[in-house]
Design a protein around this ligand. Structure first.
Ligand code: ADP
Length: 471
């Protein structure tokens, strides 16, 4: 699965912030370690220099040479501090003096001999049991000639402890920053992408029937404004194309109506003649029927074109129970060998166009009759519950396969032409039913069991009702 832009941006931002924080932490760690070590270095250098300059290398107390306590120790202790160890050597590498904090030991580190041979100052790090030491070896030059060597050392223990604490703090801080960055960038990215969500929401609300709508956001960012303009431009073009198509269908249907009526009328008149041979009569009947079928198709197309244009429908009170009685009567006259009944009718008044509503119910009844085999039954009911009227047409026909149930309301969708007993259908009847229902603020639902029959139910908002059952 491709991750969303929101997830990707949040991840990138978090990684970027973590990298920056990591780099900053590393820089702080290295700088702090260098500063602290530099401090130690300066201390050992200063102490060593003082000994090198001040200590009298020329007068070693040979009488106590090699003894644990030498007279010079006191002198070197003046330069030493608690944390700096000092040791002075003559040019032969013999200890002349050492600070007492060394407790008789040597300053660890490089070979004295090497330092003496080099006779150049040098800073180095030596490792001892309890940590690192910074050791500074400085040749003592007095009156222009080398007289001895001074070693000064200081423990890096405090520096190591301080840098370790700093490292722990920096790691903890970086982790917290990472967490905050993830949450913060998630929130920011969500806010930044909100206009895109809003556009998607607005675009979803635009259907083929509402192409005259335009998307608008208050103070959109520049990029989103461009997206809006592009989208609105596309809507305008779509709207124009759809409108042209609708006009074409409406005009074509309108133009076809008159010639079709003429053909039908002329064939009716010709059929009245008595001296027609059988072939001519059959041909004329076929012309009349086909012209009639085309006429109905054209009328349906015109009706749907009207629906597409969203022209306001007439709205006046319609007594649904009376309408049901009328349609039942009409259905009976159409039915040849199917029983048409009205088993229950509450009183209900809806606001709407009586002709359209009648056409709706009639379409359902005609379908029921067309698909129900001889001996079957078509039953109508009208019930009112709360503010809604439920008007059902139930038949004992072949039923509709589940995969077709949602599609039968589409224009020109006819799953199985062979089942129809009526030849005139073109697959527009239910599209018209749905349009009329929706134009009246209602809907049509269908339930069907294959082999048993189908029930189409129209649900409409009522303006008044009285529950009054008619047997
Ligand atoms: P038409 O009846 O002209 O084919 P409709 O839009 O009225 O077009 O119906 C579409 C399709 O729905 C029909 O072709 C038929 O397959 C199915 N249908 C409609 N009503 C019924 C019904 N009462 N019983 C079974 N199938 C039906």
């Amino acid at each position: 699965m491709v991750p969303s832009i929101r997830a990707r941006l949040t991840l990138w931002l978090t990684v970027l912030i973590m990298l920056c924080t990591g780099a900053l932490a590393l820089y702080l760690y290295v700088a702090a370690a260098a500063i602290l070590t530099g401090d130690v270095d300066r201390r050992v250098e200063a102490q060593a220099r003082q000994v090198a300059v001040t200590y009298d290398f020329g007068a070693p107390d040979t009488t106590v040479a090699g003894a644990a306590h030498r007279a010079e120790i006191g002198t070197v202790d003046q330069f030493a501090t608690a944390s700096v160890f000092l040791e002075a050597f003559d040019l032969g590498g013999h200890v002349l003096a050492r600070s007492s904090n060394l407790r008789g030991l040597h300053v660890p580190g490089e070979e004295r001999a090497a330092a003496l041979a080099r006779l150049a100052p040098r800073l180095a790090t030596a490792q001892v049991a309890d940590g690192d030491l910074r050791v500074y070896s400085l040749p003592a030059i007095q009156a222009g000639r080398p007289v001895g060597l001074v070693l000064a050392a200081a423990s890096l223990h405090d520096v190591t402890a301080a840098t370790r604490t700093l490292l722990a703090l920096l790691l903890g801080g970086s982790l917290m920053t990472g967490l905050l960055a993830a949450v913060g960038s998630g929130v920011l990215v969500r806010r930044g992408l909100r206009p895109v969500d809003q556009i998607a929401g607005l675009a979803e609300s635009i259907t083929a029937r509402r192409l005259d709508q335009r998307l608008a956001l208050r103070d959109p960012p520049r990029e989103v404004e461009r997206l809006l303009e592009t989208f609105n431009g596309m809507l305008t073009r779509l709207h124009e194309t759809f409108a042209a198509q609708r006009r074409f269908v409406a005009d074509a249907s309108h133009e076809l109506r008159t010639p079709l009526a003429t053909i039908r009328g002329r064939s009716e008149v010709l059929l009245l003649k008595t001296d027609l041979d059988d072939d001519t009569r059959d041909g004329l009947k076929m012309m009349r029927d086909e012209a009639g079928r085309m006429g109905r198709l054209v009328a349906n197309l015109l009706l749907l074109a009207r629906g597409d244009e969203e022209q306001a429908i007439d709205r006046r009170p319609v007594e649904l129970d009376l309408l049901m009685l009328e349609v039942t009567r009409q259905g009976r006259s159409l039915a040849q060998d199917t029983a048409v009944t009205l088993s229950h009718a509450d009183q209900a008044v809806v606001l709407g166009d009586p002709d359209l509503l009648k056409q709706l119910v009639l379409n359902l009844v005609e379908n029921a009759l067309a698909y129900t085999p001889p001996g079957g039954r078509v039953d109508l009911t009208l019930t009112v519950a709360g503010d809604w009227a439920r008007l059902s047409v139930r038949d004992t026909g072949p039923g509709i396969a589940p995969e077709d149930l949602q599609r039968i309301f589409e224009r020109f969708y006819r799953p199985d032409r062979a089942r129809s007993r009526r030849s005139g259908g073109a697959g527009l009847g239910l599209a018209i039913v749905r349009w009329i229902a929706e134009a009246h603020g209602g809907e049509v639902v269908v339930e069907s069991v294959v082999g048993k029959g189908s029930t189409f139910t129209l649900i409409l908002p009522v303006i008044s009702n009285q529950t009054l059952t008619k047997p």
